[in-house]
Design a protein around this ligand. Structure first.
Ligand code: FMN
Length: 204
């Protein structure tokens, strides 16, 4: 599907995945490599992904997602993690920013990032989760482009997943995204109402 409007209109949180349809690795790589064009603060890309593919790993994740069946049914579930410390001056990703901004510009940006994010725990979490959330959305639309269905999941034990999958203490679990193919033997519930411009926008 190449039309962006259609991609938006057709993406759904698909509750039932066809257990017999695998997601080939090449398609998964294509999805991720397209999705990483998502924007991030200072282009720091403070995210990591664990692709839960094996039956053994799915069984460990399942109870940590309140036994939602899609964890076992989807061929792959991604754990999206955002790095609360991803703005610190020693992070390698600053090199991607420096390639354009130069040494002096990058030093200034590093200081600015410290002011923006280093002051409170809440700001660190905001940094990790806003960037990680954008990656998550980008993955779901990239998946749709490659004809793959998705489901975002936050009905989870965030800390439990962080521990069970041995994520660094700064790597906050942002969300899970199940990927695969809709099981057409089920009916997808109708699209729920969205609030439109006049309902959510106030002009000033
Ligand atoms: C951050 C986030 C967390 C969600 N968590 C769950 C979940 O744990 N279980 C579930 O069944 N649906 C979950 N959903 C799916 C939403 O219910 C769904 O996206 C919404 O009803 C709109 O439906 P649509 O995506 O098909 O348009 C989640 C969606 C988002 C964005």
């Amino acid at each position: 599907m190449t039309n962006l409007k259609e991609i938006y209109e057709n993406r759904r949180a698909v509750n039932f995945f066809d257990k017999d349809k695998k997601l080939d690795n090449n398609t998964l790589e294509n999805i991720i490599n397209l999705a990483v064009l998502a924007p991030s603060a200072f282009n720091l890309q403070p995210w990591k992904i664990i692709a839960v593919k094996s039956e053994e790993a799915k069984k460990r994740l399942h109870p940590l997602a309140f036994n939602q069946p899609k964890i076992l049914e989807a061929p792959v579930t991604l754990i999206i993690a955002g790095d609360k410390a991803g703005y610190l001056p020693d992070k390698e990703a600053w090199s991607t920013f420096a390639a354009q901004a130069g040494k002096e510009g990058t030093e200034g940006a590093k200081q600015f990032a410290q002011i923006l994010y280093d002051t409170t725990e809440e700001r660190k979490i905001k940094f990790a989760e806003s960037n990680g959330g954008l990656l998550g959305m980008s993955i779901m639309y990239a998946a749709q482009y490659y004809g793959v269905d998705s489901h975002p999941i936050n009905g989870i034990d965030f800390d439990g997943i962080q521990k069970e999958f041995k994520l660094d203490e700064n790597q906050n679990v942002v969300m899970l995204i199940a990927l695969g193919y809709f099981d057409k033997s089920h009916e997808l519930y109708p699209r729920l109402k969205r609030y439109n411009y006049s309902e959510i926008v106030s002009e000033i």
